[in-house]
Write a protein that binds this ligand. Structure first.
Ligand SMILES: [Zn+2]
Length: 249
């Protein structure tokens, strides 16, 4: 670190450049803070959306069950129609049949099919009741789903409106960040970015009252005076952060 710091000192970094670095640090710290806040509000909507997702699934299951029941109902109805057709045909044959044995067979067929139709019609009545129940349940879930969906939408809108200022600030800072980065010598910027990694994203701190605001250590008096009088690139001997002087009166 010492070698790099000496090298940077030799770059004749001006007070203005250090102040620009301080501005860059402020932009990045503030942007990160706002982004964290916005992320928090996004997860808040995720909690709200969880119930809606449950209802999505419930609705899908209810729809599938209803469709299955409707299919079953339609199949039985079709069978009834088919059996009735057969009964009619058998009755027609009955009128023309001469052979006693054939007559008995046809007679039994008519009786069996009529009996089966009766059983199926009873099943249809039960199924119809079940279908009504399922349709009612579907309507209830659908209603709850619509209500929850509107609730989530309104919360999302509220959050969106509540964070207009933050989002505008972020956009403004992103533009300023671009300009600030362009105005700095690449070597200085590189030095700053490397420092960010070892200083928990806080590479530039103020010195006020002779104290480093990164680690709150008193700077050696000579360094504090030099920083105040001459500016330039200074690092805290303890936390190695870049220091800038801020008037303390
Ligand atoms: Zn320090």
């Amino acid at each position: 670190m010492g070698g790099l710091i000496n090298y940077m000192r030799n770059l004749n970094v001006t007070r203005e450049q250090v102040d620009t670095l301080a501005r860059l640090q402020k932009i990045e710290t503030e942007s990160a803070r706002i982004q964290k806040k916005l992320k928090g509000t996004v997860s808040q909507t995720a909690v709200q959306g969880a119930r809606l997702k449950e209802l999505d699934i419930e609705l899908e299951v209810a729809q599938e069950e209803l469709a299955g029941e409707q299919k079953r109902y339609a199949a039985i109805e079709e069978e009834v129609v088919e059996l009735n057709t057969r009964v009619v045909k058998s009755q027609e044959y009955l009128r023309v049949v001469t052979n006693n044995k054939d007559y008995q067979v046809l007679r039994r067929e008519v009786d069996d099919n009529t009996k089966r139709v009766g059983e199926l019609e009873e099943t249809l009545i039960i199924l119809l009741d079940e279908l009504e129940g399922r349709e009612k349940k579907m309507a209830e879930i659908s209603e709850a789903h619509t209500a929850e969906s509107e609730k989530v939408k309104s919360i999302e809108n509220e959050i969106y409106n509540d964070t207009v200022e933050e989002r505008e600030t972020l956009e403004g800072m992103a533009r300023e960040h671009e300009d600030v980065v362009k105005s700095l010598p690449p070597a200085l910027l590189d030095h700053y970015e490397k420092l960010l990694k070892t200083t928990d994203r806080l590479a530039v701190v103020k010195v006020s009252g002779g104290v480093c605001y990164g680690c709150f250590m008193n700077l050696p008096p000579q360094q504090a005076i030099e920083l105040k009088k001459l500016g330039g690139l200074h690092h805290c001997p303890r936390c190695h952060r870049i220091l800038y002087f801020e008037n303390d009166d």
